[in-house]
Design a protein around this ligand. Structure first.
Ligand SMILES: Nc1ncnc2c1ncn2[C@@H]1O[C@H](COP(=O)(O)OP(=O)(O)OP(=O)(O)O)[C@@H](O)[C@H]1O
Length: 255
């Protein structure tokens, strides 16, 4: 099957500094592809470069069409959903208003969202700023799922959430992935193991490893210690988050 995203030779720059270099990988048209690596290796920058939020060179194909010369709003309208790391919600608007503002299509998928997020239905009149972090994350995900997208780019959706809520978000992502392919930045390796099909691992702004099976990658102790600074044996043992300082120091970002 043709990949939904094909990225080749992508370089990206922030304030004149190169933050990713010659990044090439593809995202299959189904399932979840994890984008992994220690803190600061360029995961968020890669996502921002794909949708043109930061300056970039190289090629990006969405469903076989080149999009790297297009502006962000056009790329989004072509069907790229973005859920940024900070799960920004409009805090003074209700849940229902937050969702309404995200509707882009003539026929937004309200029923799907109501099925996936029953708690948000119950809280539709609540101000989004009074929701817990996990509930706000659900609003962010719901906003992306309201529209028919070709792919979702989701940045660290479980960051800072309590374990029980992490599992709820992971379950929701698994259900979402049945409807749309996802490129997922995720530091929680148990979540990666549970959700991801393939994996792309960045180090120093470059692709250091790609795996058709994220589980196989995570099972490789030497490789995960080298590239993530941690090994999670899958037994639920407390393992430091990738990039938390365990293992070798993070390599220099490519300049
Ligand atoms: N606004 C910015 N101004 C200057 N440098 C930045 C900015 N944002 C990111 N960088 C730098 O770009 C590099 C890549 O950062 P990026 O956020 O893409 O990494 P990441 O892998 O997503 O990290 P994290 O896991 O911490 O989110 C880092 O060296 C970072 O310091």
């Amino acid at each position: 099957m043709k990949p939904i995203l094909n990225i080749a030779g992508l370089n990206a720059f922030i304030a004149g500094q190169q933050v990713i270099e010659d990044v090439s990988f593809s995202v299959p048209a189904t399932g979840i592809t994890a984008l992994l690596g220690r803190n600061g290796v360029g995961k968020t920058s890669t996502i921002k470069a794909i949708i043109g939020l930061i300056g970039r060179t190289g090629t990006v194909e969405l469903d076989g069409q080149r999009i790297e010369k297009e502006e962000t709003h056009r790329i989004i309208r072509r069907g790229v959903g973005y859920v940024p790391e900070d799960r920004e919600v409009f805090s003074k608007l209700t849940v229902a208003e937050n969702l309404k503002l995200a509707e882009r299509d003539a026929h937004p998928r309200r029923q799907l969202v109501e099925e996936l997020f029953p708690d948000l239905v119950k809280r539709s009149g609540q101000l989004a700023g009074t929701l817990s972090g996990g509930q706000q994350q659900m609003v962010s995900l719901a906003r992306a799922l309201l529209n028919e997208n070709k792919v979702l780019l989701i940045d660290e959706p479980t960051k800072g959430l309590a374990p029980k809520i992490v599992q709820e978000v992971a379950d929701t992502l698994a259900q979402a992935a049945a409807t749309v392919p996802i490129l997922l930045v995720e530091q929680n390796l148990q979540v990666v193991r549970q959700l991801a099909d393939g994996a792309v691992v960045l180090s120093g702004g470059r692709v250091a490893h790609t795996a058709d099976s994220a589980a196989d990658f995570l099972a490789d102790e030497d490789l995960t210690r080298r590239l993530l600074g941690v090994h999670d044996d899958g037994a639920g043992a407390a393992a430091p988050a990738a990039g938390s300082g365990a293992g070798e120091p993070a390599p220099e970002v490519a300049r």
